[in-house]
Design a protein around this ligand. Structure first.
Ligand code: CP3
Length: 344
């Protein structure tokens, strides 16, 4: 069992810097596109055998140090009773966005075993086969709330901010419900076998620090408090978060995930006593490989071998990425950080 990813989460020394990629299973792979020609994204998620196959494919092809469960941050909405679809090129779409007291109060509590048993079954299948640790995940309450309220992805989050600022009591009720659901879902994932979890607060960078502190942080602190009892490392990821990093670190997380809009060492200075994950710009992998290679070497030099760095992209792999660039990047990170003989 390759455990360098879990060791890095605990900020222990490793034989090489561990590396994995957000969206390492996806449309850049011809095998994935072939499966998608026959099944929708949600069908893949709902079929444990296919889910396990899709999860493990990049581990074999790329040589990454962790697998991430193939699923989507929207799946818990099935249990909350909110119909949605995932539209190619757009992302999640919710027919009737949640913007009123009545709609928030009608959300059902999540019951992971009955609502999302197929996810838990997939986890058990993957654990039976994988030789690297399996990462489970959930969307963080703010980012899931933003989809519920907007009805789809949005750069400026106008309706989300209207509720947060204009109806703070309603906002807090919605965030509390989503926090409860996230705790239940991640507890069930850990019981089923995931060895670390990542919280995706992908769009939280849209907030001013004072609004994060008031409207998001108390919920995140409750969430991280509950997750601490699960005994697995927690990664806390967001994009565009340079101004929020000290507050995100205070919210919680053994490892903070950062994008490329901040230098890795600057980010690490802002989060203090935690590990760090990141932070190559995924668009660089569309240029000739040497461009990404040079940027990766700079990130590794910036991390300077300090225990607790997990190499990743700053956001997900793009569908246009040449698979060979990812494979060579894994090789580069491993070769470049190989400890001299005698070191652990
Ligand atoms: O990282 C992995 O390999 C694990 C699988 C994973 C998916 N979604 C699969 C997926 C994970 C961790 C997610 C999380 C997710 N989903 C997030 C947080 C991470 C991030 O990217 O910020 C968000 C915001 C979503 C919502 C979502 N689902 C979006 C924006 C999209 C992309 C829409 C598109 O077509 O570009 C999806 C669909 C989705 N989720 C795909 C995959 C592989 C593409 C589905 C397809 O058409 O095959």
């Amino acid at each position: 069992m390759n455990d360098r990813f879990l060791r890095a989460c605990r900020r222990e020394p490793t034989d090489r810097t561990p590396v994995w990629f957000m969206r390492q299973a996806g449309r850049y792979q011809s095998e994935y596109r072939a499966l998608r020609a026959r099944h929708s994204m949600l069908e893949l998620c709902r079929t444990p055998e296919l889910c396990a196959q899709v999860t493990l494919l990049p581990v074999e092809q790329l040589g990454v140090d962790a697998a991430i469960l193939f699923a989507d941050i929207m799946l818990p909405l099935i249990g909350l009773g909110v119909p949605f679809d995932i539209v190619e090129g757009t992302g999640p779409v919710i027919g009737e966005p949640i913007r009123t007291d009545a709609r928030v109060d009608a959300l059902r509590p999540l019951e992971p075993e009955s609502d999302l048993g197929f996810v838990l079954e997939a986890i058990r299948l993957i654990r039976g086969e994988a030789r690297v640790p399996l990462i489970g995940f959930a969307g963080a309450p703010f980012t899931v709330a933003s989809y519920l309220i907007e009805g789809r992805g949005s750069r400026d989050l106008p309706h989300t901010k209207a509720m947060l600022h204009g109806a703070p009591a309603l906002w807090d009720r919605l965030m509390s419900r989503l926090t409860d659901a996230t705790i239940a879902y991640l507890q069930a994932q850990v019981t089923a076998g995931v060895q670390a979890v990542q919280l995706f607060d992908s769009w939280v960078g849209a907030l001013a620090p004072c609004d994060y502190a008031l409207a998001v942080m108390p919920h995140m602190q409750r969430l991280f408090g509950a997750l601490a009892a699960l005994g697995v490392p927690v990664i806390h990821f967001g994009t565009g978060t340079a101004g929020l990093l000290p507050l995100m670190a205070r919210s919680g997380g053994d490892v903070i995930g950062v994008d490329w809009r901040i230098r890795l060492s600057d980010a690490w200075a802002r989060i203090g006593d935690a590990g760090i994950q990141g932070n190559l710009d995924p668009w660089m992998l569309l240029a000739p490989f040497e461009v990404a290679a040079e940027a990766a070497r700079e990130i590794l030099a910036d991390a300077a071998g300090r225990p607790g760095h997990i190499f990743n992209l700053g956001h997900g792999v793009l569908p246009q990425t040449p698979p060979d660039h990812l494979r060579r990047l894994v090789e580069l990170v491993h070769k470049h950080t190989q400890a001299p003989p005698g070191r652990p």
